[in-house]
Design a protein around this ligand. Structure first.
Ligand SMILES: C[S@@+](CC[C@H](N)C(=O)[O-])C[C@H]1O[C@@H](n2cnc3c(N)ncnc32)[C@H](O)[C@@H]1O
Length: 267
């Protein structure tokens, strides 16, 4: 099987469907692994230093539901029914409105954002809806989030893409701002698109988020960020985002306070 270093099949190896799970640079080799067999894999919390993890776990506890009951939601995108299992008690447990808006945009604007055979990274993927839709639209997707989120993310990706997509999606730990150069060195990891939905809300990692966006949004990469504005801090982040990148607004849903931004590297 012909694969490049990231595990993405080369043009000659396009028929290759079983790709490797890229979680660390030393794992970035191509193996015949079935993502479905990884569903029960233990999480990789040790990849995230305690301080950052505690910071995340401490996010707005009053927003967390008192009793959590996992449920299923069904969506329809890219001609397919998508079944999403909501999972653990965290911000990544639900599908957020920014994700729905972004999926709709990607589905309706393939001539503007052509994801076929593109390398796509999603940050803060949560339940995985955006990654699933990108995968259904023909992209080679790596969906990332914090370690606690990955088992459910992997489950949703697997059940909704198996046998339906050109490429098997990857799942990887990516804690914003943390060891980026070590785990995703820019000399090796170059994505055509970086997708992010509702990653800006009331949390303490906005600096780290911007650093992460800057790390991945290099020349040749397009970052697409779908955002529902909720707090004053969101506006401040948007200003910093506009200063960091060349940006345009791709779409807007004013009644929901949602905007989808496109950003490219600023020289
Ligand atoms: C509001 S949820 C949005 C989830 C998904 N994108 C959606 O729109 O449905 C924010 C996501 O960012 C992730 N997240 C929060 N802080 C993070 C951090 N420091 N590093 C990586 N991911 C983080 C959460 O785990 C969660 O999945």
């Amino acid at each position: 099987m012909d694969c490049n270093y990231l595990g993405k099949p080369t043009a000659e190896g396009m028929e290759c469907r079983n790709l490797c799970l890229v979680t660390r640079i030393e794992d970035a080799r191509c193996e015949e692994e079935d993502i479905n067999e990884q569903e029960e894999e233990e999480d990789q919390s040790e990849d995230v230093p305690v301080a950052v993890w505690e910071k995340f776990k401490g996010l707005a506890p009053e927003k967390k539901p008192k009793a959590w009951e996992p449920s299923n939601e069904t969506f329809s995108f890219a001609g397919q029914e998508i079944s999403i299992k909501e999972s653990v008690d965290s911000f990544g447990a639900l599908t957020w409105p920014g994700a729905l808006a972004l999926c709709k945009y990607l589905e309706n604007n393939p001539e503007q954002i052509d994801l076929r055979d593109k390398a796509v990274l999603e940050i803060g993927a949560g339940t995985g809806l955006v990654s699933i839709v990108a995968c259904l639209l023909g992209a080679w997707v790596t969906a990332t989030d914090l370690p606690d989120i990955l088992a459910n993310l992997r489950f949703n990706l697997s059940r909704n893409t198996r046998g339906r997509c050109r490429y098997t999606p990857q799942v990887a730990t990516l804690a914003w701002g943390l060891n980026l150069q070590r785990t995703f060195p820019s000399s090796i990891f170059h994505y055509d698109y970086v997708l992010a939905a509702d990653v800006v809300y009331h949390h303490d990692c906005l600096d780290e988020l911007l650093v992460t966006m800057e790390h991945f949004c290099r020349p040749g990469t397009t970052l697409i960020w779908s955002n529902k504005v909720r707090f004053e801090t969101d506006h401040r982040f948007i200003e910093r985002f506009k200063n960091a990148f060349d940006t345009t607004v791709l779409a807007e849903i004013p009644q929901e306070q949602i905007r989808i931004y496109k950003a490219t590297f600023k020289k």
